[in-house]
Write a protein that binds this ligand. Sequence first.
Ligand code: AKG
Ligand code: FE2
Length: 291
Amino acid sequence: MQTLNTSASALARLPQEWRHWINENLARRCEPAVMAAVMVRDGHFDNRLAQAAIEEARRAWFPQLPPAPSPEPRVLPRIDTSSNRVLAGDRQVGIVLSLAAPRVVVVSDLLSDEECDELIAYSYDRLERSPVVADSDGKTQVHAHRTSRGAMLQRAESPLVARIEARLEALTGWPAERGEGLQVLRYEKGNEYRPHFDWFDPALPGPRKHLERGGQRVATIVMYLSDVGQGGGTSFPKAGLQVQPKKGSAVFFLNVSEFGEPDQLSLHAGEPVETGVKVVATKWMRERAYV
Ligand SMILES: O=C(O)CCC(=O)C(=O)O
Ligand SMILES: [Fe+2]
């Protein structure tokens, strides 16, 4: 990733072809936020730099266009990591690890063994090969990068599901309504979820469609419903961090920066399971109500 000093002229620091590209796209009335997303994805520029350069170009070349609203810090899901225990509604949860960037928190004792077993049994008959979102049209499709089987649950579809969602709401301060239903995933030997982002790329037509309903996926919590023999960790390659599944524990992470923009550091993977079976329940938290 190119991170350049944004205090001097951001525009002057860009390669000429990118200055041209900005000029052409401003002329086409392209949205600055989408332009910045393309620059991050294809030019590997820092988001701040891309935004500063686009705004500078607008002022210099297209003063008649309105300025892009300056990004403001967002209220995001958060877990209180000021002590080693936190009350999550009906249950005391342990804080095991807290990382600043990317923001990752590992918690223990989020679910009881009985709750884990009940959720596995409850969803077992509904498991189907897990899909990914296509870049072109946003439809879901199976892909070699994601080989687990999974079941998409509705919010509050059973008393157990509702209880877990209420606990997550208390833990993260994020209303259950601003989130998709739980997704139970089962990984058998060799199954994995290769490195990916949970955020939708606003620069791609398919994922962009998913932003219309509920906005960005701002945070994720992956709850481990089983232990696993070997392999199967949740890894964050850009942070050199790996979290090994432990029944009842969970890993929470933010997918966006404090300004709500896609965070490149949030890249993560479900490593291939070598022995045993890994079962998780993922909750994707959205910017707004997901209805
Ligand atoms: O299985 C894992 O450890 C990660 C799952 C994941 O990344 C997801 O469900 O988005
Ligand atoms: Fe993920």
